[in-house]
Design a protein around this ligand. Structure first.
Ligand SMILES: C[S@@+](CC[C@H](N)C(=O)[O-])C[C@H]1O[C@@H](n2cnc3c(N)ncnc32)[C@H](O)[C@@H]1O
Length: 254
């Protein structure tokens, strides 16, 4: 699989196109940070992208240090631009080759990245190396069984391509348990991703996620046209926040 996030256009669209309302990001950071085994945890985010979770974990997630690891130079450039923070460091690296010594981290986050990994078990083995013995892995994703985001209403064919791309819950559990982890908890959380359908439409005009590369131009245009009609019909004085549910799987060393 090619690394789509090396693409400078996509990297440039990602942060603004995926920014959450500040309150929602804070809730996410508090929930994720709350899984850490100790106060002021040292955190690694694998596939940190533009760093929105790194900065949020440093700000609201109790983290004393966050290392954001990503193979995309373009995404890391955006991370430095948008999400620099005194307790965050961004470094080049991959899920199966984290450039740090063993036993350093209390918590590893993989947000919206597990479907990009060419070898999940190699990632799980690498996390077992870099985590402390009581460290935890938090996976934030959409498992294949539950592809119910609003994008699929406007671009139904995205559900087909995402069914091919996203792993199922049991596949992820099998890969991590094979590498010495035990399931601590599996759940999900819904938060708004935009404050209104108009804002959601404005974001989608930038094709801010890799999934859009799987559509033809005509398919993309047709979905955007339908979304534009619904967004224009949204009363300006009663905007409807767009919610999105993410699955959360938490693993601890067995
Ligand atoms: C959808 S973005 C998620 C960014 C961020 N975690 C978030 O939730 O906003 C996926 C990121 O995973 C990175 N990625 C792709 N393959 C990877 C790999 N093998 N190891 C680590 N990161 C990878 C991409 O470069 C991209 O920045």
């Amino acid at each position: 699989m090619g690394r789509v996030y090396d693409d400078v256009r996509l990297a440039g669209a990602y942060q603004v196109g995926n920014e959450m309302p500040a309150g929602a990001l804070r809730v996410w950071a508090e929930v994720i940070g709350g899984f850490a085994p100790r106060p002021a945890p040292v955190v690694v985010e694998i596939g940190a992208g533009t760093g929105m979770f790194c900065a949020a974990l440093a700000e609201w997630g109790r983290a004393s240090l966050v290392v954001g690891v990503d193979p995309s130079v373009a995404m890391l450039g955006e991370a430095v631009r948008y999400n620099a923070h005194p307790r965050v460091r961004y470094v080049g690296g991959c899920a199966d080759a984290v450039p740090t010594r063993e036993g350093l981290f209390d918590l590893a986050l993989l947000s919206r990245v597990v479907h990009h990994l060419p070898d999940r078990r190699a990632c799980a083995r690498e996390l077992a190396r870099v985590l402390r013995p009581d460290g935890v892995v938090v996976i934030r994703t959409t498992f294949r069984e539950r592809l119910d985001a609003l994008v699929y209403h406007y671009w139904p064919r995205l559900r087909d391509s995402d069914e091919q791309r996203f792993p199922g819950r049991e596949e992820v559990v099998a890969d991590f348990t094979a590498c010495g982890f035990a399931v601590r908890e599996i759940g999900s959380l819904v938060q708004p991703v935009t404050a209104s359908l108009r804002e959601f439409h404005a974001r989608m005009t930038t094709r801010p996620q890799s999934k859009f590369t799987h559509l033809t131009a005509a398919e993309y245009d047709e979905g955007l046209r339908r979304l534009a009609i619904d967004a224009a019909a949204e009363p300006e004085d009663t905007p409807r926040p767009v919610p999105e549910r993410y699955d959360i799987a938490v693993f601890a060393r067995a």
